[in-house]
Design a protein around this ligand. Structure first.
Ligand code: ADP
Length: 743
């Protein structure tokens, strides 16, 4: 049966990024020739009907990408929990001849959706029996297709790596904890910070990993010992003794002890004050975590999930069970909705039954790994080296342009290396430092506070060794007895190790494992779909573009925004997707004069028909002749005074700033794996070198000799760029009106 009418609603707790999802659902549906409605105020609107169910047009979802919350409203609705309420809802859907529902909400909302769908035939029969609808109406609408999207800041849904709103919530939490850390450090104070998460410790765990918190309490993994209070106070005291000035304890609202007793922030305050003999402050972050403009990640996640929801509705058959749109390893997928909801509930049940190990198992491998890493990062001092174990000397350096998250990665590498019992060496100024022997031994506290710092504290540059440099590097490696090298950097940070690898026959000293960790805002490295720094840069661009758009409210204006990325269009495309840019120019596609003529024509038509703002993103190296200047002059000349054209070149602000939570978390995860790799391979017969990255299947490590196979050396970017597939979605959603309406 062809789908004719679809409705979208948001329900339960609001989450940033829901608007992006609503926009994508509405526009994708219209583009595919499907009539689309919004149901205002969640299930309450469905039960009430009337003008709470409204047809949507292309423009009714314009200008909402950057707004927090949900513009179509959400509610908790008691009536929908009752059979009668759901019958009224069914009647309202029949009245509008709606046969597909996209529901954006948490596990409660999605459970409600599933019950509704199961009852659908019965509800229809009852409505006919009550004389509220005719059998003919029912005969036309025997089926109800349901697709769910998880909008929840908790990131608590099984089946999806991320839920819409969780990344923005993490932004709010890390901003707050960073701010608290600086005041805490000034006064040498202890703070307890309470974050949301009744049955899910994701926000608390990731916030602790992303900041310099010292203790964290989550529902899934209560402290193992009965006297955990003593241990916590002892750890905090040890931290102070080791030189920390601030102490921060992060507690999830559902944190409990082994016996299931909730650990409240006031209790923590009391315990800490009694033991530390100092004033302890409590900050309950509350609804701040829900609010604010969505992060770039949540905008794009909402957009891609909303788009996939409509595709799933269109592919559904009467037999299809309700589906949930998920993100798995950086790809949008789908899974049976009810199974995911049941598994999610299973975690809550395990916690209620005090089966904590099971709760952690159900959360999955990367959650457990993050928890293990966190335990090391939080220590005030490293473990002792086990007797008989060889102590390695591992060096860390930054290379290439600075990328936010480099310091976070160095911090993680140094602490994890020290905790495994090894000596950690910091190399200043990239490979130049290795050539000139600028090396210092790092200790636990030398990286204190680095998690949130932008730039590169070690110092970085683009120098790639050649000629006599190899001899100097070999000498440094030998004299310093370096057993392994971690290079955290961008393109030159990959080129340099590859050259050392090629020079191995000439310099036996190079027979040590070297591993490259991708850190560049350009996201142009092989073997990694996302490099550290790119998420921060994306957020910087999106914030700037939001402001630029606001500045033009009363004018007819077209902006051309130039972003970095060298010859990789990732930043241009993803920021275009997150800001609703109607055109993205990138090197991968090039620019033809013919394209520009079409673009000018579209702009003129748009502005003639009431358009007020045009937004075009241009990758800095999109074309050597059609520069941002040239485009600007060209469009201005052709605008005939209908609109004016301005260019904004965002420049180096994109490389700066404190890293986003995502970049901090991934930097820490990758650095932990790199150190393990170096330790494992630091034996003459195993001295393989490699590069690590985040790929669809999770963290992957590739041997260094594979680099030429994966790299387009001329354009300095990977041969395969996964995000190129997203171009068509960006094009569909940002066009001035759907193709189906263009005559
Ligand atoms: P969330 O969707 O964020 O988990 P809630 O659990 O409060 O939030 O659910 C939101 C709404 O979904 C509820 O107010 C109710 O209308 C509906 N709902 C939740 N659980 C059910 C259920 N078991 N049966 C029917 N409707 C439900």
């Amino acid at each position: 049966m062809a789908i004719q009418r679809l409705a979208v609603l948001t329900s339960g707790g609001d989450a940033s990024g829901m608007n992006a999802a609503v926009r994508a659902v509405v526009r994708t549906a219209l583009d595919r020739g499907v009539e689309v409605f919004a149901i205002y105020e969640g299930y309450q609107g469905l039960v009430d009907g009337g003008d709470r169910i409204r047809p949507m047009s292309w423009d009714s979802v314009g200008g909402i990408l950057n707004r927090g919350g949900t513009v179509i409203g959400t509610a908790r609705c008691e009536a929908f929990r009752t059979h009668e309420g759901r019958r009224a809802a069914a009647r309202n859907l029949l009245e509008h001849e709606i046969d597909s529902l996209v529901i954006i909400g948490g596990d409660g909302s999605l459970t409600g959706a599933n019950i509704f769908r199961q009852e659908w035939p019965q509800l229809l029969a009852e409505l006919v029996e009550l004389g509220q609808v005719t059998p003919e109406v029912v005969a036309r609408r025997t089926n109800l297709t349901i697709v769910g999207l998880v909008g929840s800041i908790d990131n608590d849904m099984h089946g999806t790596d991320m839920t819409i709103g969780a990344d923005t919530a993490l932004h709010r939490i890390t901003e707050a904890v960073d701010a608290i850390s600086s005041t805490a450090a000034s006064h040498q104070r202890t703070f307890v910070v309470k974050v949301m998460g009744r049955n899910c410790g994701y926000l608390a765990l990731m916030a602790a990993l992303a900041t310099g918190a010292e203790w964290v309490l989550i529902p899934e993994n209560p402290p193992a010992m009965d006297n955990w209070e003593e241990k916590m106070c002892a750890d905090l005291k040890a931290g102070r003794k080791a030189g920390r000035r601030d102490s921060i304890v992060i507690v999830a609202e559902g944190a409990r002890d082994r016996n299931g007793n909730i650990i409240g922030s006031s209790y923590l305050q009391k315990v800490l004050e009694e033991n530390l003999h100092e004033e302890v402050r409590v900050t309950v972050l509350g609804h701040v975590q829900r609010g604010g403009s969505p992060s770039a990640f949540d905008r794009n996640l909402g957009t891609l999930m909303g788009h996939a929801a409509v595709e799933t509705v269109l592919a559904a058959t009467p037999e299809s069970e309700p589906q949930l749109i998920c993100l798995r390893g950086n790809r949008i997928t789908r899974a049976p909705l009810m199974k995911c909801v049941e598994q999610t509930r299973a975690v809550a049940d395990a916690i209620t039954r005090h089966e904590y190990e099971r709760a952690m198992d159900l959360r999955g491998g990367s959650f457990k790994e993050a928890f293990r890493t966190l335990r090391t990062m939080l220590r005030s001092l490293p473990h002792e080296l086990p007797a008989g174990q060889k102590q390695l000397r591992l060096a860390v350096l930054n290379a290439g342009a600075p990328a936010p998250g480099m310091n976070t990665a160095v911090r993680a590498a140094v602490r994890i290396g020290l905790d495994r019992g090894h000596i950690m060496l910091g190399v200043s100024n990239g490979f130049k430092g290795l050539i000139e022997d600028q090396i210092t031994e790092m200790n636990w506290m030398s990286v204190n506070g680095w998690a949130s710092m932008g730039g590169s504290v070690l110092g970085t540059n683009r120098e790639v060794p050649h000629g006599r440099d190899f001899y100097a590097i070999a000498r440094t490696i030998e004299q310093r007895a370096i057993n392994g090298l971690l290079v955290i950097g961008g393109y030159s940070g990959y080129q340099a190790p590859y050259r050392l690898f090629r020079e191995l026959p000439n310099y036996p000293a190079f027979n040590i494992p070297i591993i490259c960790l991708p850190a560049t805002i350009s996201n142009n490295l092989p073997g990694s779909e996302l490099s550290i720094g790119a998420d921060t840069a994306l957020n910087t661009i999106v914030d700037a573009v939001d402001k630029i758009k606001e500045s033009a409210v009363a004018l007819r204006r077209c902006y051309i925004v130039e972003v970095m990325g060298r010859r990789c269009g990732y930043l241009a495309l993803m920021s275009g997707l997150a800001t609703g840019a109607e055109r993205v120019y990138m090197h991968e596609e090039g620019i033809r004069l013919n394209d520009l003529q079409i673009d000018v024509k579209e702009l003129v038509t748009g502005f003639k028909h009431g358009k007020r703002l045009g937004l075009l993103m241009r990758n800095e190296e999109a074309h050597p002749v059609y520069t941002t200047n040239v485009l600007c002059a060209l469009f201005d000349a052709e605008s005939d005074g209908l609109f004016d054209v301005r260019q904004t070149i965002l420049g180096h602000m994109q490389q700066g700033g404190g890293p986003s939570p995502f970049d901090r978390i991934q930097a820490t995860r990758l650095a932990a794996r790199c150190i393990d790799y170096l330790i494992e391979h630091a034996q003459p017969e195993l001295c393989d070198s490699a590069y690590i990255g985040l790929e669809a299947g999770g963290i992957q490590i590739h041997p260094l000799e594979d680099m030429p196979k994966m790299l387009d050396e001329v354009n300095q970017r990977p041969k395969q760029e996964w995000w190129m597939d997203l171009r068509s979605i960006a094009k569909v959603l940002a066009q001035p009106m759907p193709q189906t309406q263009v005559s």
